[in-house]
Design a protein around this ligand. Sequence first.
Ligand SMILES: Nc1ncnc2c1ncn2[C@@H]1O[C@H](COP(=O)(O)OP(=O)(O)OP(=O)(O)O)[C@@H](O)[C@H]1O
Length: 267
Amino acid sequence: MSERPILLEASDVAKHFGGVKALRGVSLTIREGEIYGLIGPNGAGKTTFFNCLTGLYVPNGGRIVFAGAELDTSAPHKVAARGIARTFQNIRLFAHMTALENVMVGRHQRTRAGVFGAIFRTPGTRAEEAAIQRRAEELLHYVGIADRAHDLAKHLSYGDQRRLEIARALATEPRLLALDEPAAGMNASETGELRTLIEGIRKDGITVLLIEHDVKLVMGLCDRVAVLDYGEKICEDVPAVVQKDPRVITAYLGAEAQPAGSEVAHG
Ligand SMILES: Nc1ncnc2c1ncn2[C@@H]1O[C@H](COP(=O)(O)OP(=O)(O)OP(=O)(O)O)[C@@H](O)[C@H]1O
């Protein structure tokens, strides 16, 4: 894995909320084709890092280089245009639109007509619209919910809503897919299917950055893992090393450390 080119390099990323130092100069490097895990206890700064990366927060310091050029994180659409897509810890779908429509919205970010053209349906946009629909159908099939295409998003099960969010993110054709707790609220069989899906996404050439509290899933799936604690990166290595690191065990379990590797229930 180490010989693969670097896709994302974050240097000294800092974010403060008043007196709270949510990120204290976090640096990390993600290589092309990796599944890279970002873990840490509640409040460690994981989502804040995602928000800085994807243009939702303006960092107080640091820089991010993506695919060889500085990433302008001043707005989410600029980040998306560079090829970074994300899902959210609290699912953010258009609840009153169908599954298919939700994916088509994601797809419009990548097309000439854009969302405006799609709404007003000029003749020139109709062929493109048909292509968008076909691709959205393919993506629903890809994530395993093709049979729910015409159901409203709000009527999908929790697990299927998470899959739909992934399909919508994939519709933007990202090089890096950032997943914020994709297994939250899933049962064991849904988590197993999610794992297969993420492995498939990587196999298809997309690099994955994963925040996840299900330690078993992270350790089984990720090539490398970084651990945040109180806004600092305390460890970054392959899973077998990370789960034995005393700093990680202490961060998760406090002084009365127990063996790592079991599922840690958080947030
Ligand atoms: N918008 C905000 N305003 C003020 N404080 C914030 C904001 N967002 C995050 N924080 C604080 O920053 C710190 C890091 O929070 P963050 O949500 O990034 O942690 P996390 O590792 O993602 O936690 P969790 O696993 O619970 O989601 C916390 O102390 C949190 O209260």
